[in-house]
Design a protein around this ligand. Sequence first.
Ligand code: GAL
Length: 367
Amino acid sequence: MKRIVLTTLAIMMAAGMVFASGQGESGAIDIGIAMPETHVERWQRDGAALLQGAQDLGYRAEVTYGNADQGLQNEQIQNMITKGAKVLIVGNINEGVNSVVSEAAQEGIIVIAYDRLITGSDDYDYYITFDNFKVGEFQGQAIADALDLDNASSDDPKYITLFAGSPTDNNANFFFDGAMSILRPYVEQGVLEVVGPAPMDSSSPDFTRIATENWRPEVAKARMENLLSNDALNVTLDAVLAPNDTLARAIIEALSADAKYDTTEELPVVTGQDAELASVQMIRDGEQYMTVFKDTRDLAAGAVALADALLKGEDTPSIDGARLDTETYDTGLKVVNSYLLEPINVTSDNWEAVMVGSGYYSASDFE
Ligand code: GAL
């Protein structure tokens, strides 16, 4: 039943419909929640948890989904400003959000960047996310461990191809740089060979060649198919660095259609993140190698607690379960107060203990 509800919700939201609830009689709201999209499942969970958390504290709240269209999300945010929002919790799509962040600042509205840093703006002060460099480290270390790179030889190198997240998402840089901080030494030793574009960090000009516009799975699938017919035609891949689960599944779909990889045992190591149900099931079945659990319930609870404290006049409050970092996250115009939650590495060894044990999924989700 739960999944039918989520699917129905996704259809409604993909149509850019406002999923509004808890507005006052006048339609007025206290907290506006703007999520980027629904084609990556986790944002549906974030939006629902944020809305419920705000309402549980007695706030009138509204959540919208931007269908990966910043112009649409800007309209949604402007509507929230018109409705009197005192706080905006924003998971942006790209820097185009800055115009409405400035509008909000001029109205004295507090803006909290949710999971994605709002770059190019000095009109807000707070950001809450996970330690995304560590997410990348988990991905890189999973590949190093699975391929036993410490004992590999440059006479018989292992082969990897690289994917990154959306070039407009600052997180994608952190994920990739975290992963390459682990993998780059093995490339330099010659025991790990990159097939296709080979940026060694996100500042490389080649980073955009491995990035995936708006995290769209169809873009990643097409690129994997192209690699299989060209750069990867005459090698057998041992690993694919995939930045999140939606892309990981699309990449595995492309690999599985190729005779070299059409059995589970022949699939290369494929990484991911977000612990989406379909991917955790594929980890159980040995098709995807790992994911990273970023508990959206905790992120949403932290964001709501931050909004509540700020509305009550606190300045840079402490938030349960989040580490305050006031030095690292630079928008390009200012360093913002950032709250970082801890991600959890998930593999075939611990998927049930973590995902069912935490109550994020139920055992019946895996029957
Ligand atoms: C990132 C987020 C990831 C993943 C990705 C695709 O910003 O940190 O967890 O959800 O977007 O939406």
